[in-house]
Design a protein around this ligand. Structure first.
Ligand code: SF4
Ligand code: FES
Length: 242
């Protein structure tokens, strides 16, 4: 391995090519760094902060920070896992994530990353926001209670589907996912089941109708193996019918 094109994560040498981020290089080398808003097919977003690492002594999001020769990166250390756990706990209480009642349980990245970080309870007080459910589309349903505002569907619809079906409206705690259609409902938008945006949601917010339980609970992707060994739901599409 060329020492000028490598850095270390928790002591392990990771090769990289110029222009790669720490996340890109780590995943290519088979080293898992938890993430929710990252998808290698889409431009980095840097919003969920679950991918935080300490690089050269500074906390950075690994999906946006460039890899650099000689960089020493800490990822799976107890303090960084604790930071990620806090972020996840906040995400859980901001929405209504009732895992046992969710069609996506066992194939949900939020749930799987929470397990990876050792999260056992939400810790913070639940907001219990009142949010809608949109079942107007013939093939998909959107449950806004579970949206974590990662903007993967926004980016996929815009950059891969060329449709701009989704957008984020509002600021701060008032931020919410909105649908571009005359009524604001999915059924009146240009969204279709074969859009890439239909298959990138890391949680149970954008869900196919029918067949939701064709893979029984207990036999789903993250029921069988931890996310650190099998990766994203989107990367496993077809194996992970939620
Ligand atoms: Fe992310 Fe899913 Fe919400 Fe879209 S619906 S912003 S993909 S969590
Ligand atoms: Fe890096 Fe979300 S995966 S900030």
């Amino acid at each position: 391995m060329n020492p000028f094109n490598q850095f270390r994560i928790d002591g392990q040498a990771i090769p990289f090519t110029p222009g790669q981020t720490i996340m890109d290089a780590a995943l290519a080398a088979g080293v898992y760094i938890p993430h929710l808003c990252h998808n290698p097919e889409l431009a980095p977003h840097g919003s969920c902060r679950v991918c935080v690492v300490r690089a050269g002594g500074r906390l950075v999001s690994s999906c946006t920070a460039p890899a650099a020769a000689g960089l020493e990166v800490e990822s799976a250390t107890p303090d960084i896992q604790a930071s990620r756990r806090t972020i996840l706990q906040l995400l859980f209480v901001e929405g209504n994530h009732i895992c046992p009642a969710c069609q996506k349980t066992g194939a949900c990245q939020l749930q799987a990353v929470a397990y990876y970080t050792g999260m056992l309870a939400p810790h913070f007080t639940h907001f219990f926001p009142r949010r809608d459910l949109d079942a107007s589309h013939p093939d998909f349903v959107i449950d806004f209670n579970r949206c974590i505002l990662c903007e993967l569907c926004v980016r996929a619809s815009r950059d891969l589907d060329g449709k701009d079906v989704f957008a984020i409206s509002g600021r701060g705690i008032a931020s919410k996912l909105v649908i571009e259609s005359p009524t604001g409902r999915l059924g009146d938008s240009r969204f279709s089941a074969d859009d890439r945006a239909a298959h990138v949601c890391p949680v149970g917010a954008i869900l196919p109708k029918r067949g939701g339980y064709s893979v029984p609970i207990g036999q789903r992707l993250y029921d069988r193996a931890p996310i650190s060994t099998v990766g994203d739901v989107a990367a496993n599409a077809g194996r992970t019918t939620p």
